[in-house]
Ligand binder design. Structure first.
Ligand code: ADP
Ligand code: MG
Length: 698
């Protein structure tokens, strides 16, 4: 294998390739589009398309696709070959600027939540020049946004780009007030840490629940789980190491900055973190990473599980969204500065985030809500469903000093007067101790920890960017009119701290007393499930904020709310059907077969000597028989609940019924089956157990 620097990004039409393959004029024009969003003329698009095609063909591609992120949560692609007939009966390889800029996939099978009228099945895809095209297999993939003919977004990229633009606009206003007229553009960056499980493919194939739903719907607790804490950061086993090695290579070829890998808390659980990049690119890369993770696993006889809760009783998988704001000059606006002025600016941006997280707790919560993630949040392995922020003791003390106009009792006693005093240096290392906070300040970035492992990071970042844009807008409106800038700034920061300190919590987020304090004393929101939070997307304040920044139209919000609830319902219904099927066609027959064997033994023993007690057999037969009955009853109850569900006309009432009835019936059925597993001879059990699944990859 070649050196990493030699092959890194070899499958990406990146800046290096552009520079080498485009004329200076075309390159500059494209760069202007990428950096400043300037409109691209068709002449330039044609030149770029030709260069892209030549490069792709030279690298083995035969097809191209507009690669997009519909609301299914995964990526979509439709391949067209480059071939075009030539007059002599042969073909030439062609790709035009028009084909690069716009595609028209048949969109009728993608969720639109009523946005796309049935007679207008087509949507269109539009090139996102800010994310580089790349080659996957034999296909040139062009990152695109996906819209209906009416221009409504049908994907996750469009609102993400809009939210980045909203934040850019408001942050620039603030920076200009601080005299930074040189800053042209402000962007958010994200480094998503991705957790996953690796299990053996042969075992996976034997489990319909894993195949159909991505998680185990049955399974008794194994004798050993994660209680020894011996897996976290432990030695990586050879098969896993080989997987990670190939995964890294594939990701590096695609220009993805895979950086860190280690074992996680649960057995068979691992994590991969890239170096952070601009949010829309980080989002594309995370989608690609999840896809490549699964592909490479297949080559190693493994399956990569991205579900939030593949196994009950052991930790589930999440994704940490490390987020910061930076200028085009590379200045991180969430980094405390060296001078009083820089500090004031830092505190203003910090306060903008504090205000945003408090005002839009509901949007952040619902941005990570899925049926899968409902199993994690609040289950003492992931942050609770209550959104709060961790700032660390030192920064907290600074804010308190500002709020109360008292001296800051840090390393040196200083009065905190913004714009006048230097912010005391606080030690970065002390800021990252709290791992239980949903939203933690970690020195120069925030880490939003509520995302589920299979979530697209787009949703969380759309809400985060928009909410922060709103805080900044309110600040900019005030400051632009202020007679005394410093006075106004100081007062505004003080007011933010006073009004929003309820969202700041530096203690243990897994503690039950916190939930009580959060909800009863502080009045923070606690939406435990997807049906609880999702409808709040349409609350007046949320619609107003998101539409005013042009991130979503009202119609788009309605459609998204419907689609998310539909996803929730469909997911659980598939799980419930799978359970019914497995219980009836695999589990009950297995228990019966074992019971029959016991009964035969019982009869055989009695035939030898009718006075033999045979207590083992008779006791077990009775227990198994009771369990089989319970399994049969619970299966039927679950089935009935599913039938009743069909009478629900509104998606919201359907989701409530799933939350309150279907999921309850599912866990009752599981309980009976899991107990049966613990008393049935292993050779009768129809699929691999938790012990098999979690400890088999060496
Ligand atoms: P942890 O202790 O959580 O593992 P790390 O410092 O290793 O934290 O970083 C985790 C992730 O945060 C990485 O993906 C890293 O690239 C990303 N990250 C670091 N700095 C920033 C930043 N300024 N903005 C966004 N993400 C960042
Ligand atoms: Mg982290």
């Amino acid at each position: 294998m070649k050196n990493i620097p030699e092959y890194f990004g070899c499958l990406v039409f990146d800046d290096r390739v552009m520079k080498a393959n485009l004329s200076a004029k075309v390159y500059q024009s494209l760069r202007k589009t990428i950096d400043e969003g300037a409109k691209l003329d068709i002449g330039v698009a044609n030149a770029v398309a030709t260069a892209m095609k030549d490069w792709a063909v030279a690298n083995g591609a035969t097809h191209y696709t507009h690669w997009f992120q519909p609301l299914t949560g995964i990526t979509a692609e439709k391949h067209d070959s480059f071939i075009s007939p030539s007059p002599d009966g042969g073909v030439i390889m062609e790709f035009s600027g028009k084909e690069l800029i716009k595609g028209e996939p048949d969109a009728s099978s993608f969720p639109s939540g009523g946005l796309r009228a049935t007679f207008e099945a087509r949507g269109y895809t539009a090139w996102d020049p800010t994310s580089y095209a790349f080659i996957k297999g034999k296909t040139l993939c062009i990152p695109t946004a996906f819209c209906s003919y009416g221009g409504e977004a049908l994907d996750k990229k469009t609102p993400l780009l809009r939210s980045m633009e909203a934040l850019n606009k408001q942050a620039l206003r603030i920076l200009h007030l601080f005299g930074h007229d040189d800053v042209k553009c402000v962007r958010t960056s994200v480094g998503p840490e991705q957790e996953y499980f690796l299990i053996d493919k042969a075992m996976y194939d034997k489990r319909p629940d894993l195949r159909f739903t991505g998680r185990t719907l049955f399974g008794a607790k194994p004798p050993k789980g994660q209680e020894m804490d011996d897996h976290y950061f432990g030695v990586i086993k050879p098969r896993v190491a080989a997987y990670m090695e190939e995964l890294n290579e594939e990701l590096w070829k695609l220009g993805i900055l895979a950086k860190t890998e280690h074992n996680e808390v649960a057995p068979a659980q691992h994590e991969l973190a890239p170096i952070y990049s601009t949010t829309n690119i980080a989002t594309d890369h995370n989608q690609l990473t999840m896809e490549i993770m699964q592909k490479v696993a297949a080559k190693h006889g493994l399956v990569c599980l991205l579900h939030e809760k593949p196994f009950a009783g052991v930790n589930g998988s999440g994704k940490h969204n490390n987020w910061s704001i930076a200028t085009d000059g590379g200045v991180n606006l969430l980094s405390p500065g060296e001078t009083p002025y820089e500090n004031a600016q830092f505190l203003l941006f910090l306060c903008a985030v504090i205000k945003a997280v408090d005002d839009y707790q509901d949007l952040l919560r619902l941005s990570v809500a899925t049926a899968g993630n409902d199993h994690r949040l609040g289950a003492n392995e992931a942050p609770p469903a209550v959104v709060s922020m961790f700032l660390g003791d030192e920064l907290n003390a600074v804010l308190e000093a500002i709020e109360n106009n008292t001296p800051y009792e840090g390393t040196q006693k200083t009065q905190m007067r913004l714009g006048v005093d230097v912010l005391p240096k606080f030690n970065r290392d002390t800021t990252d101790r709290n791992r239980t906070s949903p939203f933690a300040f970690t020195g120069n970035k925030f880490e939003f920890r509520m995302l589920g492992s299979s979530n697209s990071i787009a949703c969380a970042n759309i809400m985060l960017n928009s909410a922060v844009a709103e805080s900044l807008k309110i600040y900019a409106d005030r400051l632009e009119k202020a007679e005394n800038f410093e006075e106004a700034l100081h007062e505004m920061i003080r007011k933010t701290i006073k009004d929003h300190k309820k969202i700041i919590f530096n203690g243990n987020g897994y503690d039950d007393t916190w939930i009580k304090e959060a909800t009863e004393e502080r009045g923070l929101l606690n939406y435990r499930t997807t049906p609880d939070c999702m409808p709040h997307l349409l609350d007046e304040k949320n619609v107003k904020m998101l539409t005013s920044h042009k991130v979503f139209s009202e119609a788009e919000l309605k459609s998204r709310c419907d689609i998310m609830l539909e996803n929730y319902c469909k997911t659980v219904i598939i799980e419930a059907n799978t359970m019914v099927d497995m219980a009836r066609t695999q589990i009950a027959p297995a228990v019966e077969a074992y019971t029959r064997e016991l009964a035969k033994t019982f009869a055989a023993k009695k035939a030898v000597d009718s006075a033999l007690v045979c207590g083992y057999e008779s006791g077990l037969i009775k227990r198994l028989s009771t369990l089989t009955d319970r399994i049969a009853i619970k299966t039927e109850e679950l089935e009935n609940a599913l039938v009743e569900l069909q009478s629900q006309e509104e998606i919201i009432s359907e989701s409530y019924m799933i939350r309150d009835v279907v999921l309850v019936k599912m866990s009752e059925l599981r309980l009976a089956c899991d107990e049966a597993e613990t008393v049935t001879a292993k050779k009768y059990w129809p699929f691999p157990t938790y012990g098999d699944l979690l400890f088999s990859v060496r």
